[in-house]
Design a protein around this ligand. Structure first.
Ligand code: NAD
Length: 352
């Protein structure tokens, strides 16, 4: 099989020929039709995340080993199955839940493998979707997608799932305001999900007018370009000077984090999702005085993915996929995403 691999951080991915895996026992081999290109693939390719005061959080210190085939948003057709697989057959169309844990830590025991102490994620710790084929270790990580669109269903596995988990964590009620910072692949999904599962007023903040008009088309009530106006003032204006009940920060860097805090209402909830990095300097008394809750959200559980696929089948949400690339153009896809040229998600179609 051909796979586009990161051999060394910051160097171009190489398309290599690897032996086709042979599924055994509970394993399933999937022929990949679409593999989403996530901003997290860029962080992996760059070798980590910017931390506080000039520090860098290396992915290798978190157990990643190169070479690795990235790609954690995978949809495709089952090519072959191991002898203990049940409920799935060759030819079934599926998406892959990639957030696999080792199985016995406290998070895994409560079905939150996405927060496993020693994760084994497909596309980060084991070879992923920038490839013609992927070996899934157990059929229980597959969800059937029947006739759903192959490109937009792929990104349910990360951008959809993470947005779904973040919106649920924001716990906004009817008539309350939710601010979404960053209208990229994740942010645009969260607009649709907030629209589908809450009755809140949705305000989207980004620095790019194209993404903001897409957010508006997908159901945002208000949009704010933070490169042109002070977004904190705008949110206060829209909320009778009180602030928003919830903010989801899909950028979460040195610039956006202070804005997120300053636009929250008393008792408000900030959900940090983005990995753009940096640090936050905080006046500590404001957290108790204003009764804020700050929480992180990292992808979502398998059960969340099943719920999300069902929501998607109702037609209420659909990932925006405007660009497709061949496997050999994986470097171009990552460069285009990094340069801000992609609105919504791009996917690779490795078998085209
Ligand atoms: P993307 O590149 O598709 O979108 C990023 C968006 O942020 C763009 O619309 C860009 O214009 C906007 N932006 C950049 N700087 C901004 C600023 N200062 N103010 C407002 N908007 C700004 O990225 P994505 O794939 O949506 O991912 C977003 C982040 O979330 C990445 O860091 C990614 O690694 C991370 N991520 C986190 C999780 C998780 O589980 N926590 C999962 C997937 C991705």
């Amino acid at each position: 099989m051909k796979s586009a691999q990161i051999i060394k951080i910051k160097e171009k991915l190489s398309v290599v020929d690897l032996p086709d895996p042979k599924p055994r026992d509970t394993q399933v081999l999937v022929r990949i039709e679409a593999s989403g290109v996530c901003h997290s693939d860029i962080h992996l390719w760059e070798g980590g995340y910017e931390g506080a005061a000039g520090t860098f959080l290396k992915v290798e210190d978190r157990g990643v080993k190169f070479p690795i085939t990235p790609g954690h948003e995978i949809s495709g057709k089952i090519e072959a199955i191991g002898e203990s697989v049940s409920g799935f057959s060759v030819g079934d169309r599926v998406i892959v839940y990639p957030w696999i844990g080792e199985g016995s830590c406290p998070a895994c025991r409560v079905a939150q493998e996405n927060l496993c102490d020693t994760p084994r994620t497909i596309g980060i710790y084991r070879d992923g979707g920038y490839s013609e084929l992927v070996l899934v270790p157990n059929f229980r990580y597959l969800v059937k997608i029947d006739n759903m669109d192959v490109n937009s269903s792929a990104s349910l596995a990360c951008s959809g799932l993470t947005a779904y988990n973040a919106v649920k964590k924001a716990t906004v009620g009817p008539g309350e305001s939710i601010v979404i910072i960053g209208a990229g692949g994740l942010g645009l999904m969260s607009v649709q999900i907030a629209r589908a599962i809450t009755n809140s007023t949705i305000v989207v903040v980004d620095v790019d007018d194209k993404r903001l008009s897409e957010a508006k088309r997908l159901g945002a009530h208000e949009v704010v370009n933070s490169s042109k106006v002070d977004p904190v003032e705008d949110i206060k204006r829209l909320t009778s000077s009180l602030g928003a009940e919830a903010v989801i920060d899909f950028v979460n860097n040195t610039r956006t984090a202070p804005l997120s805090i300053n636009m929250l209402r008393k008792r408000g909830k900030l959900v940090m999702v983005g990995l753009f990095g940096g640090a936050l300097e905080l006046s500590l008394p404001i957290i108790p005085l204003r009764g804020f809750t700050i929480t992180g959200a990292y992808t979502g559980s398998f059960n969340d993915l099943v719920d999300l696929v069902n929501l998607s089948k109702t037609g209420k949400i659909k990932s925006v996929v405007n660009r497709t690339y061949k496997l050999g153009d994986a470097n171009q896809a990552l460069e285009d995403l990094r340069a801000g040229k992609i609105v919504g998600r791009a996917v690779l179609n490795p078998n085209n």
